[in-house]
Design a protein around this ligand. Structure first.
Ligand code: NAD
Length: 483
C-alpha cells in the first residue's frame, strides 16, 4: 500500500509548494517499518495560503445562523461514519494503535461534531443592568482563523473533533497534522472538501518547527488550540507571544497517579490499572495512569497482580482485532521509552515485567516494547517524575494519607488522578487535595462528553470536550446603547 496524502487548501487537495519542491514526509507502519505513504511537508507559503483562504471563507461562515453551521457539522459527522472502516485501517497502520479499540476514535470524532452542533444556541451573551435607561449587553463573536495542532496518538479523532467547537463559534480552522502519523488527516481533508464551504477548513501536514511554527506565528491567526507535549506547548506560547497577543489553550501531558487505599476493591484496581494505561495506544495517552501509588498493605499484591496482567497483554499486528497492544508510534518514541527503562534500572528501580523488545520473529522489526512494570520506585527517580508516553508503569509505596497526597501532587503535571477507596470521607478529602483537572473515584481513564477535560500546572490551559471549549473559541464584545 502506498497512500499519497495531500494538503487541503481552498477546497482542493493539493501537493502545494511543498510537493512541487519535492518536500515530502514518508510515513512508516511502526509495526513493520514499511513505508506506507507520504504527505507534503507544507512550507511557510502553503501555510500562509491556507490561513488567507480561511480568513476569506470565515467572513461568510460567521454570517450563517448557528442552525446552518450545525447542519453542516452533522453532515460531516455522517460522512466520517460512512468512511469509518477506511479511516480505521489507515489510522491503525499509520499509528500502530490497535484496531479493536481504535474504532471508538472514529465514533468519538463524529460524536463531538454532533455534540457541539447541538450547543450552538449556548453562544449567547448577557444583559447587564449597568444604567437605568440604557441597554448593556454582550455578544460572543468568533476570532477569525483558528489553528489546531494535533499530536500523533489520536490523529484522526483530534483533527476531526477539534474542528467542532471553533466552527460552531463561527471561525475558520487550519489543522496541522502530526508528522509521524499524518495520513488520516488527508482523508479528513477529502471529507471537509466535500461537505464544507470552500476554504473554511484547511489541513496542512508538516514538521512542527516548519508548518506548525509558521501557523502559530501567522498574523491572521489569533487563536491557537494545541494538543501535545509540554515542551512544544511552551514553544508555542513563546512563538505566539513573539508575534502578537494571541489566545492559546494547551492540552498537554500527564504523570497521572492511581492511588490505592487499603479498603479498595483490588479486582477493580487491577482492571483499572490496566484499562487506565491505555495499552491499545501502547501507553501513549496523556491520561495514562503511569504512577501506581499503593498503600503498603496492598502494595505487594497489586504489583504482583498488575504484573501478571501486563505480561499477558497480547501484542500483535495493529490490524488484528485480537491484538491488545501494538508498537509505539515511531523510532523517536521507541528510543525515548528505552532510555527511560535504562534510567529506571540505573536508578535502582526493580523491573517486575517487560523492559525489552518482545521475543519472536514478528517483533524483530518495528517499534515494539513489552508492557513494562517497575516496582520500588521512589519519588525522586526520573521514571516517577517525567512523562514517558509509552507502556511503562511505575509503582510507589506510601503509608499515610498525607504521604499519598504529597506524592500525588509532587509533580509538575496535573492532568488526572484516580482514587480507589470505599471510604466516602477519604474519597472526598482526597478529591479536594489532589491538584489535577480530572479526578476519578473508583475508576480511571473514561471521558464523559460535556464534562471538562483539561490540565492543571504544566498539563495545560483550558478545558475541552464541554461548553467551555465552545465558548473559548469566541470573544466577548460589550455593547452599550444609551437613550
Ligand atoms: P508534540 O508536542 O511533539 O507534537 C504535537 C504537535 O505539535 C505535532 O503536530 C507537531 O508537529 C507540532 N509541533 C511540534 N513543534 C512545534 C512548534 N514549535 N510549533 C508548532 N507546532 C509544533 O507531541 P506528540 O509527541 O505528538 O504527542 C504526545 C504528547 O501529547 C504527550 O505529551 C501527550 O501527553 C500529549 N497529549 C495531550 C493530550 C491532552 O488532552 N492533554 C491528548 C493527547 C496527547
Amino acid at each position: 500500500m502506498s497512500f499519497e496524502g495531500l494538503l487541503l487548501i481552498d477546497g482542493e487537495m493539493t501537493a502545494g509548494e511543498a510537493g512541487a519542491a519535492g518536500a515530502w514526509i514518508d510515513s512508516e507502519d511502526p509495526a513493520t517499518l514499511e513505508v506506507i505513504g507520504r504527505v507534503p511537508a507544507a512550507t511557510a507559503g502553503d501555510v500562509d495560503r491556507a490561513v488567507r483562504v480561511a480568513a476569506d471563507a470565515q467572513r461568510e461562515w460567521a454570517r450563517r445562523s448557528v442552525w446552518e453551521r450545525a447542519a453542516l457539522l452533522r453532515t460531516l459527522a455522517s460522512a466520517i461514519r460512512a468512511r469509518g472502516a477506511e479511516i480505521l485501517v489507515l489510522e491503525a497502520r499509520d499509528t500502530g494503535n490497535t484496531i479493536g479499540k481504535l474504532q471508538a476514535d472514529v465514533q468519538i470524532a463524529a460524536a463531538y461534531l454532533e455534540y457541539f452542533a447541538g450547543l450552538g444556541s449556548e453562544l449567547k451573551g448577557e444583559t447587564i443592568p449597568a444604567t437605568a435607561a440604557g441597554l448593556h449587553f454582550t455578544l460572543r463573536e468568533p476570532f477569525g482563523v483558528v489553528a489546531r495542532i494535533v499530536p500523533f496518538n489520536h490523529p484522526f479523532m483530534f483533527a476531526a473533533a477539534h474542528l467542532a467547537a471553533p466552527l460552531m463559534a463561527g471561525n475558520a480552522v487550519v489543522v496541522k497534522t502530526p508528522e509521524t502519523s499524518p495520513l488520516s488527516g488527508s482523508l479528513l481533508g477529502e471529507l471537509c472538501r466535500d461537505v464544507l464551504p470552500r476554504g473554511l477548513v484547511n489541513i496542512v501536514h508538516g514538521h512542527g518547527a516548519g508548518a506548525g511554527d509558521a501557523l502559530v506565528r501567522h498574523p491572521l491567526v489569533r487563536r491557537v488550540g494545541f494538543t501535545g507535549s509540554v515542551a512544544t506547548g511552551l514553544a508555542i506560547q513563546r512563538a505566539a507571544a513573539s508575534a502578537a497577543v494571541k489566545h492559546v489553550t494547551l492540552e498537554l501531558g500527564g504523570k497521572n497517579p492511581l492511588i490505592v487505599f487499603p479498603d479498595a476493591d483490588l479486582d477493580r484496581v487491577v482492571d483499572m490499572a490496566i484499562a487506565g494505561m491505555n495499552f491499545s495506544w501502547a501507553g501513549q495517552s496523556c491520561g495514562s495512569t503511569s504512577r501506581l501509588l499503593l498503600h503498603e498493605s496492598v502494595y505487594a499484591t497489586v504489583v504482583e497482580r498488575v504484573a501478571v496482567r501486563m505480561a499477558n497483554i497480547k501484542l500483535g499486528s495493529p490490524l488484528d482485532p485480537a491484538s491488545e497492544m501494538g508498537p509505539v508510534n515511531s523510532a523517536r518514541q521507541h528510543e525515548r521509552v528505552m532510555q527511560f527503562i535504562a534510567s529506571a534500572r540505573a536508578e535502582g528501580a526493580r523491573l517486575v515485567t517487560g523492559g525489552r523488545r518482545p521475543p519472536g520473529e514478528v517483533f524483530a522489526r518495528g517499534h515494539w516494547i513489552e508492557p513494562t512494570l517497575f516496582a520500588d520506585v521512589t519519588p525522586g527517580m526520573r521514571i516517577a517524575r517525567e512523562e514517558i508516553f509509552g507502556p511503562v508503569v511505575c509503582a510507589l509505596r506510601w503509608s499515610s494519607e498525607a504521604e499519598a497526597v504529597a506524592m500525588a501532587n509532587d509533580s509538575d503535571y496535573g492532568l488526572t488522578a484516580s482514587i480507589f477507596t470505599h471510604d466516602l470521607e477519604v474519597a472526598l478529602r482526597m478529591m479536594r487535595a489532589i491538584q489535577a483537572g480530572t479526578v476519578w473515584i473508583n475508576t480511571a481513564g473514561q471521558h464523559f462528553v460535556g464534562t471538562p477535560f483539561g490540565g492543571w500546572k504544566d498539563s495545560g490551559v483550558g478545558g475541552e470536550e464541554c461548553l467551555e471549549e465552545l465558548l473559548s473559541y469566541s470573544q466577548i464584545k460589550a455593547v452599550h446603547a444609551l437613550p
